[in-house]
Design a protein around this ligand. Structure first.
Ligand code: ADP
Ligand code: TRP
Length: 323
């Protein structure tokens, strides 16, 4: 099984990104025969149009993944734009991609439906994603449900290229990540950068504690018993506390007679303990950015070797090389 996935560097990773995606990618590095994970900076360029920010998010994203346990000896970690073969492959794929296929893609369709103007980068975004996947002969692509449409587009593109020019690409399959427990943000909505309600994984302790203290709660009287299975604080607590702590807190909810301040303090303490080790590792990487750049350069070299071979196969197949 050759696993591949990408994550966009559009801002600091939050708890939703970690529990809904990153943790699951990292687990795959132990079961895959080969795994490729990259920072999708070319995709992010569609939204982050600030040179300094894009660079900062890219390097920080790599440091975050390493601190969270991505092991460059098991998985190939690289930056998307360090493999120019992918952009070249993207063009070959683009020539055979029907406009209608891209017009049906939600990210583009939604923007147009809202009366907003879209760039060609957003419109052709799924073709670049297809090139990302096909360039490494990936057969399993772990993604959130929202990305499944792009995997289907990739399969359509690969299928029609193979049909037209002969077997060239490996047909990938999407593997839906477990996001059944959507991580709630500080306002109770789904945690997302776009809603400004995130708890960043690598915020320093004081800042994280402050954000936790600001989580919106209801104004039911303290003495009322409460349902622990329908509560933002409990949902977050379950992610970072031990089973025994969760059982104890659930009991307290059912009994009533507590203030949300107590729960927030317990949540902040559990979060501090949960993130302590990755934060220490993160600080080590931050002190040695050159080491991180070396890891990324070595990853890009490995990724390029694979992408070069696949690009050559595609070029030969369609007649732009080997004539
Ligand atoms: P954001 O909504 O903050 O922009 P992204 O769309 O970049 O996050 O998401 C990156 C990955 O993290 C995706 O696989 C996405 O489904 C997952 N993810 C984001 N927010 C959450 C959440 N609140 N709960 C579970 N998974 C999430
Ligand atoms: N579009 C994906 C996202 O926003 C990121 C991505 C880019 C990706 N290329 C990919 C994911 C290839 C899987 C495979 O989450």
């Amino acid at each position: 099984m050759r696993v591949l996935s990408g994550i966009q560097p559009t801002g600091p990773f939050h708890w939703g990104n970690y529990f809904g995606a990153i943790r699951q990618y990292i687990e795959l590095q132990d079961v895959a025969t080969e795994s490729y994970f990259f920072i999708a900076n070319l995709h992010a360029l569609n939204t982050v149009r600030d040179k300094a920010k894009l660079g900062e998010y890219t390097l920080n994203g790599a440091m975050d993944l390493l601190a969270l346990g991505l092991n460059p000896e098991k998985a190939v970690l690289f930056v998307q734009s360090d493999v120019p073969e992918v952009s070249e492959l993207c063009w070959l794929l683009m020539t055979g991609t029907p406009m209608g296929l891209l017009e049906r893609c939600v990210s583009y369709k939604d923007k147009i439906a809202k009366g907003l103007k879209a760039d060609a980068g957003l419109f052709t975004y799924p073709v670049l994603q297809a090139a990302d996947i096909l360039a490494y002969d990936a057969d399993v692509v772990p993604v959130g449900e929202d990305q499944l449409q792009h995997i289907e587009v990739c399969r359509d593109i690969a299928g029609s290229f193979n049909h037209h020019f002969g077997e060239t690409f490996v047909m990938p399959k999407g593997k839906v990540l477990d996001q059944s427990a959507k991580v709630p943000g500080t306002d109770g909505e789904k945690m997302s950068k776009s809603y400004n309600n995130t708890l960043a994984v690598f915020d320093e302790e004081k800042k994280q504690r402050k954000s936790i203290m600001r989580i919106q709660t209801d104004s039911r009287p303290m003495e009322d018993p409460k349902d622990p299975s329908a509560d933002i604080l409990m949902d977050l607590y379950k992610l970072v506390a031990t089973e025994a702590e969760v059982a104890e807190m659930s009991e307290l909810y059912r009994k009533g007679g507590f203030g949300y301040g107590t729960v927030k303090t317990a949540l902040a303490d559990a979060a501090q303990r949960y993130w302590e080790e990755p934060r220490a590792r993160r600080a080590e990487f931050a002190a040695k950015p050159e080491m991180v750049r070396e890891i990324l350069a070595a990853g890009a070299e490995k990724a390029r070797a694979k992408a070069r071979a696949v690009l050559k196969r595609a070029q030969d197949a369609c007649g732009v090389k080997g004539w």
